[in-house]
Design a protein around this ligand. Structure first.
Ligand SMILES: Nc1nc2c(c(=O)[nH]1)N[C@H]1C(S)=C(S)[C@@H](COP(=O)(O)O)O[C@H]1N2
Ligand SMILES: [Mo]
Length: 228
C-alpha cells in the first residue's frame, strides 16, 4: 500500500525513483526487443513462452504502490501498469504447471535472477509491468517487461524479464541468503536470510547515500554507452 509513513526501517526518497541494483548489474544496460518472448521452463507439462500476443488476451490493470529497496530507500507512490501475475497465471500458466510447483526462479536479460514463492506472485498487487508512471517502461527501469512485487523488497522486482522456471522447492545460494531473504516481505522486514534480518537496516542505512551516489554514476555511464 502507499502510506504517509514509510514501511519499517525505510525512508522516503524525494524525486524520481532511481535506477538501482548491485553494481555488477547496474553497469550492464541491456537493450531487449519489445516483443522478445519470455521462456517458461521447469515443472511443466511442456516448455512454453509468454509473448505480447498471448498477453493481449489478458486484461490490463494499473496500481500505485510505494517501492521499497532493502537498502532502506522507498520511492513513494509509483504507478505501474501491465498484467496482474495472478491473471496471467489463471489464463496461461496454471494449466501448464505441475501441481508440485511452489517457487519460480525469475531470470533477467542482464544476468540477474531471484527465486520468488508462487504464493507471493499470486498476491493481487503483483504485476508484469510494461508501463511506469504513465509512460512505457524505460530500459533503465527494466524494459520491456519487469516483475513488480510491491509487498516484497526491490530485489524480487526483477527487471528485463527473460525466463521463468517453475520449481518444487526454493533455490537460494549462500551468497543469496546473505543479501536477500527467500521471501523478502517488507512488512516483516525480511531483509536477509541470515536470521538477523532487521539488523541489516542499520548496516544499509549508514551506507545508503554512498549506494545511491554509486548507482547514479554507474547508471549514467551505462546509459551513455547504450546511447539514446
Ligand atoms: N534485472 C535486474 N532486476 C533487478 C535488479 C537488477 O540489478 N537487475 N536490481 C533489483 C533491485 S536491488 C532493486 S532495488 C530494483 C531497482 O529497480 P529500479 O532500477 O527500477 O529502481 O530492481 C531489482 N531488480
Ligand atoms: Mo534493492
Amino acid at each position: 500500500m502507499t502510506t504517509e509513513i514509510p514501511a519499517p526501517g525505510q525512508v522516503f526518497l524525494a524525486g524520481p525513483m532511481p535506477r538501482f541494483g548491485l553494481p555488477r548489474y547496474l553497469g550492464r544496460q541491456v537493450q531487449v526487443a519489445p516483443d522478445a518472448p519470455i521462456g517458461i521452463f521447469g515443472h511443466l507439462s511442456c516448455p512454453a513462452v509468454l509473448t505480447p500476443s498471448l498477453l493481449a488476451h489478458v486484461p490490463r490493470t494499473a496500481i500505485i504502490r510505494d517501492f521499497h529497496c532493502v537498502t532502506t530507500w522507498t520511492a513513494p507512490r509509483v504507478q505501474w501498469e501491465g498484467w496482474r501475475f495472478a491473471d496471467v497465471w489463471a489464463a496461461l500458466l496454471a494449466e501448464l504447471a505441475q501441481p508440485d510447483v511452489t517457487h519460480v526462479m525469475v531470470s533477467a536479460h542482464d544476468g540477474y535472477q531471484a527465486c520468488v514463492p508462487l504464493e507471493e506472485l499470486l498476491h493481487p498487487d503483483v504485476l508484469l509491468a510494461d508501463h511506469m508512471n504513465g509512460a512505457p517502461l524505460m530500459p533503465a527501469h527494466g524494459a520491456p517487461l519487469r516483475l513488480i512485487t510491491p509487498q516484497l523488497y526491490g530485489y524480487k522486482n526483477i527487471k528485463h524479464l527473460r525466463r521463468l522456471e517453475f520449481l518444487p522447492a526454493p533455490v537460494t545460494s549462500l551468497a543469496g541468503r546473505f543479501l536477500s531473504h527467500p521471501r523478502g516481505r517488507v512488512d516483516l522486514e525480511e531483509r536477509s536470510g541470515t536470521g538477523v534480518s532487521r539488523f541489516w537496516r542499520w548496516v544499509y542505512r549508514t551506507q545508503l547515500s554512498g549506494y545511491l551516489r554509486g548507482a547514479r554514476a554507474l547508471s549514467e555511464r551505462s546509459l551513455r554507452i547504450a546511447g539514446p
